[in-house]
Design a protein around this ligand. Structure first.
Ligand code: PXG
Length: 295
């Protein structure tokens, strides 16, 4: 039996999990989402993801027809229903069915979808040897028009960035904002280690999605005594960094060993990156909301 997908309180097979073409999520990208992981039978940072979803929804005046607790229960249930221990969970809340006009008030009820599936991991060699990346020509969308802190269904900018990476023959591209500051990847956050041994990541006010993996890595880094700063930096700082890595729910913590064909330091993952990878792995295996009773 294939996976069972939650739509508005009922479960459907993959073939039958369908949404109306009049849903404004489809017509306009009007909605919000989360990508969440479960490790070893526990959902990682469930409360943080749920809060971010509700904050994104709040900004766009989208009423989620469940309380936070109800949505968390539904998320746990969707993982349980599919007998998963390690999972990738995609929660989508779209504006719902309306007419062909823009007006969200014509949509009477938001649609809630939870897809819990097996994770397709990045190949192990990326974690061990690191990724080659490029910097994208596409800039970050301006926070005055579409705030990057909203995890909305409008991911076209990110898709264009990902396409640039693919065309360059690499897995990920790093995005700058309209002022030339480094912000993030197409679906991940960016860190560098400077020659002073400091860990730097762009501050959220520059226009980034404030990653939950990012925030966890900042905490873990501080616990081991590293100086962590949320400071703006440019492409030049990327090129002269001693280490660089990406973080995200899908990527976890992946070293970057080449940027626009410039080798990062020795071209192999550095000691700070490797240490944090290990700390992060340990953390994910031992924290989270249990999916199965008695665990
Ligand atoms: N920035 C952006 C733009 C993202 O979409 C992150 C940072 C990292 O945030 P978290 O909370 O996951 O640490 C994301 C993550 C994928 C994928 O398949 C990733 C994301 C969304 C959709 C797909 O890599 N978001």
């Amino acid at each position: 039996m294939g996976i069972q997908i939650y739509i508005d309180g009922s479960y459907y097979s993959k073939e039958n999990a369908k949404i109306s073409v009049f849903d404004h999520g489809f017509l306009y990208g009007d909605g919000v989402f989360e990508g969440i992981r479960a490790y070893n039978g526990r959902i990682f940072k469930l409360r943080e993801h749920t809060e971010r979803l509700y904050e994104s929804a709040r900004h766009i005046l989208l009423q989620i027809p469940l309380s936070m607790e109800e949505l968390e229960d539904a998320t746990l249930d969707a993982v349980r229903k599919n007998n998963l221990r390690d999972a990738y969970i995609r929660t989508v809340v779209s504006r719902g069915v309306g007419d062909l006009g823009l007006d969200p008030q014509k949509c009477s009820r938001a649609t809630v979808v939870i897809i819990a599936d097996k994770i397709s991991l990045y190949p192990q060699e990326y974690y061990d040897q690191g990724l080659e990346v490029t910097t994208a020509v596409t800039r970050q969308r301006n926070a005055n028009s579409m705030e990057p802190r909203i995890k909305s269904l409008n991911y076209l900018n990110n898709i264009l960035v990902k396409t640039e990476a693919t065309h360059a023959g690499v897995m990920e591209a790093i995005v700058l904002n309209d002022q030339g500051y480094v912000v993030e990847g197409s679906g991940c956050n960016v860190f560098i280690v400077t020659k002073n041994g400091e860990l730097i990541t762009p501050p959220s006010y520059l226009g980034i999605l404030e990653g939950i993996t990012r925030n966890t890595v900042i905490e873990l880094a501080r616990e081991i005594g590293l100086t962590v700063k949320e400071n703006p930096f440019t492409r030049h700082d990327l090129y002269i960094a001693r280490e660089c890595f990406l973080t995200g729910t899908a990527a976890e913590l992946i070293p970057v060993t080449s940027i626009d064909k410039r080798i990062v330091a020795e071209g192999t993952p550095g000691p700070v990156t490797k240490n944090l990878q290990e700390k992060f792995h340990h953390y994910t295996q031992n924290n989270g909301t249990p999916v199965y009773p008695g665990e």
